[in-house]
Design a protein around this ligand. Structure first.
Ligand SMILES: [Zn+2]
Length: 196
C-alpha cells in the first residue's frame, strides 16, 4: 500500500497533457492503479487521475456510489481506465457541483455534457465502449480533463459560483438555485460535494 502525494492547482503536472500508456496491461500500470486507489480512498475522494499524483500517464480510477445515482442509473464499482476517450453524445449540458482533491476546500457549479460515449481499456485488457449519463458522465469528464491539463474552474461559466465548501452552510447562491431549477436538477440545501 502506498499513499501518493496529491498535486495541487498551480503545479505544472496539472497543466500538461498526460502521455498515452503504451502497454495498458503492464504490471507497472496495475501497481500505479493500486497506489491511486489507496490515495483516493485515504483522501476521501471518489475519483483520481494520474497527473494528480504527479504522474503524466492517461490513467484514471473512480467509482460512483449509490448515493449519487439519479433515476435509471447504475452504481459503478471501483473502476480503472487506461487511455480513455470521451465523445459527447449530444450538445446538452447540465450544471452540477464539483470538488477536486487538487483544489482543496473549494466547490463550483460546472456545466458538463449530460451524456458521453466512453472508450477505454482496463488494466485487465478489457475494452470498454459504452454511453454513460448523469453523475457518472460528470466524473469522467472531470477526470479526463485532468489528463488534458484542465481543472474544473476552467470549465465554469460563472466564477461567482466558485465557493469554499464550508460556506455552503449558508445555503447555495440564488443564481445557482435558479440555474439548477431551470435544468430540472433537484436542489438540495445540504449539498454534499464529492471530490474527484
Ligand atoms: Zn479533480
Amino acid at each position: 500500500m502506498a499513499i501518493l502525494k496529491i498535486a495541487r492547482m498551480g503545479h505544472p503536472v496539472l497543466r500538461h497533457k498526460a502521455d498515452p500508456v503504451a502497454d495498458p496491461t503492464a504490471p507497472e500500470v496495475r501497481q500505479l492503479v493500486a497506489d491511486m486507489v489507496d490515495t483516493m480512498e485515504d483522501a476521501g475522494g471518489t475519483g483520481l487521475a494520474a497527473p494528480q499524483v504527479h504522474i503524466s500517464a492517461r490513467v484514471v480510477v473512480y467509482k460512483v456510489s449509490a448515493t449519487r445515482l439519479e433515476e435509471g442509473e447504475e452504481e459503478v464499482p471501483l473502476t480503472a481506465l487506461v487511455n480513455p476517450v470521451l465523445t459527447p453524445v449530444d450538445r446538452e449540458k447540465i450544471h452540477g457541483w464539483e470538488g477536486c482533491l487538487s483544489v482543496p476546500g473549494l466547490t463550483g457549479l460546472v456545466p458538463r455534457h449530460r451524456a458521453v460515449r466512453l472508450q477505454a481499456i482496463t488494466p485487465e485488457g478489457e475494452m470498454i465502449d459504452r454511453t454513460v449519463t448523469g453523475f457518472h458522465a460528470r466524473v469522467l469528464q472531470h477526470e479526463i480533463d485532468h489528463l488534458d491539463g484542465k481543472l474544473y474552474p476552467q470549465r465554469m461559466d460563472d466564477l461567482s459560483l466558485l465557493l469554499f465548501q464550508e460556506e455552503m452552510r449558508f445555503g447555495i447562491p440564488e443564481r445557482a438555485r435558479d440555474l439548477m431549477e431551470s435544468e430540472s436538477i433537484e436542489v438540495d440545501d445540504a449539498q454534499d460535494v464529492e471530490t474527484v
